[in-house]
Ligand binder design. Structure first.
Ligand code: PLP
Ligand code: LYS
Length: 414
């Protein structure tokens, strides 16, 4: 079921015409579908409903307060990577007691903030971080709940920029050092060992790398339990991929079934940190064609959205589908869809067969995750509006930035 469908020759988001939204709110804008977000979250949650678990939505994928608030209403937990994300979760009504804190560079201030908020667990990524966390916790008279992120050294088979589970990546503690680090952790008065976690990469479209990682982690957990170090939960990270084109990733049901089978009769609580799988296909970026131009044989559609609004194509050569809001009859040509930014890498899509005219509106699909969240003001471009549709209602969940906001906080010399 796709909540972004053509009706009478026009693309809708749920019960809202995207062209009408463009007329009312201007372009470019992100549009998210509430029903899609909820369906994707429940797909994950239902996939493990018979096993103790917590879905911790990865806030980095899309941290809009309205999105986080929907998660909170469904009872979701959150995976955060900064104090800013923790503040957003709390502001959105999320429960800090369901927050796991990932990331290799937690500052003292972020540790204090998270300890005072009473988060569920710190996903610790190095021995140095463990020592710092211990000291901060002791100073505050608290005990920090900790899971150690282990780097299982498996090849996730994804883009090198979004692979995280190889020894050459900066994330986690190598498997060979894991037992020692757990022993250290168990002996620290400010630390309570709770779990083991990993996250091997993003946009994984096959199950075997997840299972390889899980096997290694279970071996470690069994070894730790044999040493008297009790492990309550296993956090398997995020990373489940989505269809941008024809990837055909496993459904959360298949993914969870494979994990649960491997888990056997172990009583570990399972934590998942999905980001993309919930948000990517719950959003589109709507943009208008400013100009069509030809340089020799090459045709360009110059649109009003750019790499500052959607970075994935420029950063990872990511492919996202581009479709017209109102398809027109007529000759198709191969276009590069490019933005107004002064960078050769500023493209949204290349070699797309489309029938276009200046002024047409296009939707870039699968833009709900790592879209607005990675937006910048490069070329002094105000960040675009974000709209959430809920059936026939639309809500501006983030207003388009004004030009004045661009220099907020800046000062000229006296
Ligand atoms: C620790 C951690 N958890 C969860 C995620 C979310 O990943 P995804 O959006 O691929 O589900 C990421 C990002 O890759 C991550 O680094
Ligand atoms: N931002 C990336 C994913 C990175 C995942 C963060 N750990 C993307 O758009 O695909």
């Amino acid at each position: 079921m796709d909540y972004f469908q053509y009706r009478d020759g026009e693309l809708f988001a749920e019960e809202c015409s995207l062209s009408q939204l463009a007329e009312r709110h201007g372009t470019p804008f992100y549009c998210y579908s509430r029903a899609t977000i909820e369906r994707h979250w429940h797909a994950f949650n239902n996939a493990v409903k018979d096993h103790p678990h917590l879905i911790c939505y990865a806030v980095k994928a899309n941290s809009n307060l309205a999105v986080l608030n929907l998660m909170a209403r469904m009872g979701s937990g959150f995976d955060i990577v900064s104090g800013g994300e923790l503040a957003r979760v709390i502001e959105a009504g999320g429960d800090p007691a369901k927050v796991v804190f990932s990331g290799v560079g937690k500052s003292v201030e972020e540790m204090e903030q998270a300890l005072n908020a009473g988060i569920y667990c710190f996903n610790v990524e190095s021995e140095a971080e463990l020592e710092r966390l211990n000291q901060v916790a002791l100073r505050l008279g608290k005990v920090a709940p900790v899971s150690v992120r282990v780097n299982p050294d498996v090849d996730a088979g994804t883009h090198p920029y979004i692979s995280t589970g190889l020894t050459e990546n900066k994330f986690g503690i190598p498997m060979s050092q894991a037992v020692e680090v757990f022993k250290t952790a168990a002996g620290l008065a400010g630390i309570a060992v709770k779990g083991v976690d990993c996250h091997i990469g993003s946009q994984l479209i096959e199950i075997p790398p997840f299972i390889d990682a899980l096997e290694r982690l279970l071996g470690l957990i069994d070894q730790l339990q044999g040493m008297g170090i009790e492990i309550e939960h296993l956090d398997v990270g995020g990373g489940l991929g989505v269809n941008y084109g024809d990837e055909n990733p496993p459904h959360p049901d298949q993914y969870a079934a494979a994990l649960l089978k491997k888990l056997g009769d172990r009583k570990l609580k399972l934590i998942f940190e999905p980001g993309r799988a919930i948000m990517a296909n719950a959003g589109v970026l709507v943009t208008k064609i400013e100009y069509l131009k030809r340089n020799g044989d090459k045709r360009f559609a110059v649109v009003d959205a750019a790499m500052n609004d959607l970075l994935r194509p420029a950063l990872y050569s990511a492919w996202q589908n581009i479709i017209p809001l109102v398809p027109r009859e007529g000759q198709e040509h191969s276009y590069d869809v490019v933005g107004p930014i002064c960078e050769t890498g500023d493209f949204i899509g290349k070699n797309r067969m489309l029938s276009l005219a200046a002024g047409d509106l296009l939707a870039v699909r699968s833009a709900g995750a790592y879209g607005f969240a990675m937006a910048s003001n490069y070329n002094s471009r105000p960040r675009v509006a974000e709209i959430m549709v809920d059936s026939s209602q639309d809500y501006v969940v983030r207003a388009r930035e004004s030009v004045q906001q661009l220099w907020q906080g800046e000062q000229k010399l006296p």
